[in-house]
Design a protein around this ligand. Structure first.
Ligand code: X8Z
Ligand code: ZN
Length: 610
């Protein structure tokens, strides 16, 4: 995927309530009356609205013009918003045990659990932690690999080399070059962990990781078990893909570069973080099953510009019955990397006023990956608009995985059948090409799963203190190996490296488990919406050939979930589309079932695992 900022900057409750936190914090003194709850909540929503706007504007400007001044202004606005969020959380906790109408109870609970960063009560520390947060993100945004002081590569250029080069030495060089942006962050990150933990503790949590796990409408420990359960469902599929891809890489680079039974070196998978392997499709393409078109080449041949790419994305949503994006979206978004200044290019979607001031910020290139990412970002924007009539505290997704899943669900409908409708290809490839199509998707979706899981497995251990700064890098690579079967391309001692910091969401403090959830949920949503859209004989038509494009019925069903926002537990929202209350990885397994069978045949007699 392309890159972004506190994408989740996107929504009020995320960032802002994301300032709150707290469960089970005992507030001393007499309990407030049930009658005072409404007055408190109304006042809170009004003030949050004002503070959020100020915060969102400052963040937007900071991310679009990285300078010392915008960084300072954004830190101040963030601090103000977070401090108010903490205040609200503490106040809401006083209503624990007070009987309230259901809607007010839900709002109080959301106020208590919404926070991503809790600032400590001490004003100097609260200032320090927000300053560090702004600085870490800016350092990432300014990151470059300079071979000489005058020849620097930015992240787009490094991404392009990772994507297209098949020269291990060149790949290693740019991989190392990008991973040099993060060692200078380590001291600040370490302090950030200390201070944010302090804030979380003041709100009654064990640490920041525990606070992050508390927002899933179930006990935090049960949530961790849910992740284990889902991972167990998909791990065999991942391992089959891994074994097959490794064997192709051995054939390409030789067993002295890629160990036949060991982890795959992280620089050879077509992506800086080895989180999405689509770019090495050519190396692993199933013989005779190639679909015969390449979306990147089509976009380039058509000279599709960035705005036009976004228009295609919007067109998908309007075909489902959603209203077009507002004029301000087109005036205020950033679509192309500016030449004259540093910006945070990691793709993100924003809703500055929590109503209709929707924007994306992205450094779009004409390629397949960015075409998909545009749908991802617009998914955030259309979600934001669907829930914009709810009371402010409910304007967020059912859980954070839902926010990340919506645009991806739509992108699963970018099938050959859809590309024919756009006039991109003349006819659809026949069924003999299905394995090629499924392989392309698996390199994007299945390859991502363990990465989506491991980032927070690492961060939770960092926040809990189980992993100390002396071991940040050691454990980072242990987890990458454990989950992904991916290894460091060279020795990466803690004394010299801080590789986690080279992934945007770590310096930007964006929780990552949401993306793992999204990769499970989007296949559940797609399976159901495909039925609703009546994809010709769903059952006969495989899921990967079903596009819900143009289906008003599927759009209405999707919207029935989106417009609930976070007013109900996520299980209710899931029920709205799927009729089930559990996340379920059988959908992704069903989708890839033909590929699983094919991989099993290819892997016969080969080593699986690492
Ligand atoms: O950060 C993103 C989006 C914005 S929320 C572009 N993604 C993750 C990443 O790039 O690491 C989408 C997939 C995973
Ligand atoms: Zn996103």
């Amino acid at each position: 995927m392309a890159s972004m900022r506190t994408t989740y900057l996107v929504s009020c409750s995320f960032v802002f309530l994301a300032a709150v936190g707290l469960t089970g914090c005992s507030a001393g003194g007499a309990k407030p009356s049930a009658e005072s709850a409404k007055t408190f909540l109304d006042g809170a929503e009004k003030k949050m609205n004002d503070l959020f706007l100020e915060f969102a504007q400052a963040s937007w400007v900071q991310a679009n013009f990285i300078t010392q001044d915008t960084e300072a202004l954004s830190a101040v606005a963030n601090e103000r918003a977070i401090n108010y969020g903490v205040e609200l959380a503490k106040e809401a906790a006083k209503y624990d045990g007070v009987e309230l109408p259901a809607e007010e109870r839900r709002k109080m609970d959301l106020l208590k659990r919404g926070l991503t960063l809790a600032a400590p009560a001490d004003p100097a520390e609260s200032k320090e932690v927000t300053k560090i947060a702004a600085g870490l993100e800016a350092t990432y945004g300014k990151g470059k690999y300079c071979k000489t002081p005058d020849t620097c590569l930015d992240i787009d250029q490094i991404t392009e080399i990772m994507k297209t080069s098949h020269d291990p030495a060149e790949l290693l060089d740019v991989w190392k070059g990008w991973h040099a942006v993060s060692p200078p962050m380590k001291k600040d990150f370490q302090r950030f962990v200390e201070l944010s933990n302090k804030g979380a503790k003041e709100l009654g949590y064990k640490d920041t990781g525990a606070m992050w796990r508390s927002k899933y409408d179930m006990p935090a420990d049960d949530f961790s078990k849910e992740l284990d359960r889902l991972w167990a469902q998909v791990e065999p599929l991942y391992k089959s893909l891994h074994a097959y891809v490794r064997s192709r890489l051995v054939a390409k680079y030789g067993a002295n570069v890629v160990p036949e039974k060991g982890p795959i070196p992280a620089h050879l998978l077509g992506n800086i973080w080895a989180q999405d392997w689509s770019n090495i499709y050519d190396m692993v393409a199933p013989g005779g099953a190639d679909p015969g078109y390449n979306l990147t080449s089509i976009l380039k041949a058509k000279n599709t510009d960035a705005k036009q790419m976004v228009k295609y994305g919007e067109g998908f949503f309007t075909s489902l019955g959603f209203a077009p994006l507002p004029g301000t979206f087109w005036e205020r978004s950033l679509f192309v990397r500016p030449k004259d200044r540093d910006v945070v290019c990691h793709a993100s979607a924003w809703d500055l006023d929590n109503v209709d001031d929707l924007r994306i910020k992205m450094c779009i290139q004409a390629n397949d990956e960015d075409f998909t990412t545009i749908h991802h970002e617009l998914g955030h924007n259309f979600y934001q608009r669907s829930y914009n009539k709810l009371p402010l505290i409910f304007r967020d997704s059912a859980n954070d995985g839902f926010h990340e899943a919506i645009g991806d669900t739509i992108a699963l409908s970018i099938t050959p059948e859809y590309l024919v409708k756009l006039g991109f290809i003349p006819t659809t490839p026949d069924a003999s090409k299905d394995i090629g199509l499924l392989m392309q998707r698996a390199l994007e979706k299945v390859a991502f799963l363990p990465f989506g899981l491991m980032i927070d497995q690492w961060r939770w251990k960092v926040f809990s203190g189980e992993v100390t700064p002396e071991n940040y890098n050691k454990v980072w690579w242990e987890l990458r190996q454990k989950y992904q079967g991916v290894g460091a391309p060279e020795d990466r001692p803690d004394a010299m490296f801080f590789d986690a910091g080279a992934k945007y969401h770590v310096p930007a403090n964006v929780p990552y488990t949401r993306y793992f959830l999204a990769h499970i949920l989007q296949f559940q949503f797609h399976r159901e919406l495909a039925q609703t859209a009546g994809c010709p004989g769903t059952g006969a038509t495989p899921l990967h050939r079903c596009s819900i494009y143009g289906s008003k019925e599927a759009g209405a069903k999707l919207d029935s979930m989106l417009k609930l926002g976070v007013s109900k537990p996520w299980q209710d929202a899931l029920f709205e589309i799927t009729g089930k209350r559990e996340m379920d990885a059988t959908a992704i397994r069903d989708y890839f079932a033909p590929l699983q069978k094919w991989l099993d045949e290819q892997n016969a007699g080969k080593a699986i695992g690492w």
